[in-house]
Design a protein around this ligand. Sequence first.
Ligand code: IMP
Length: 192
Amino acid sequence: MQDIVFATNNAHKLEEIRRIVGDDFRILSLKEIGCEEDIPETADTLEGNALMKARYVKEHYGYDCFADDTGLMVDALDGAPGVYSARYAGPGHDSAANMALLLKNLEGRADRRARFVTVIALILNGKELTFEGRVEGEILTEAHGSAGFGYDPVFRPLESETSFAEMSADDKNRISHRGRATAKLMNYLTLQ
Ligand code: IMP
């Protein structure tokens, strides 16, 4: 069994990946390798940030690793909030404030097209690879539903009648940006 770090402490993300990977890889969290510090994420692209996190773990802790970064790109806002999605309304990472600012900035706009994009960077056996997943959709004019997190209540994927926040976790994962990027990563890992 090969050790590989997932550069996160999000228990939900860890559990999901462990279930899919099975016995070939042991997936370790940041906490499990003793990494308690905040890893810098100062790049201006999702790919740059994902690579920065994976390289940090490899350089400082010696483990092969993968890391993810996600953004919501809105066409009428020239791609904002994009790589800054977590702190769109300020450094507090406040989802309600982020959504309120997004709805305000789109007030009266007919073009509501948007997409979620996730990039996963993997460093494994001396190679660096990235996997991208995206889901196209639109920003609703008000919040709908209470499941999920982040911008879920105001994002409706094109292939759905409802917002992400009105879906079960399984239904969301099947079509989501992160679900699609993770599927590509898993496909690669299970072929190793
Ligand atoms: P992260 O890179 O996974 O931390 O995501 C960055 C930010 O994008 C989060 O703080 C959320 O605001 C937003 N985000 C990421 N994934 C989702 C999602 O699946 N639904 C809604 N918002 C998301």
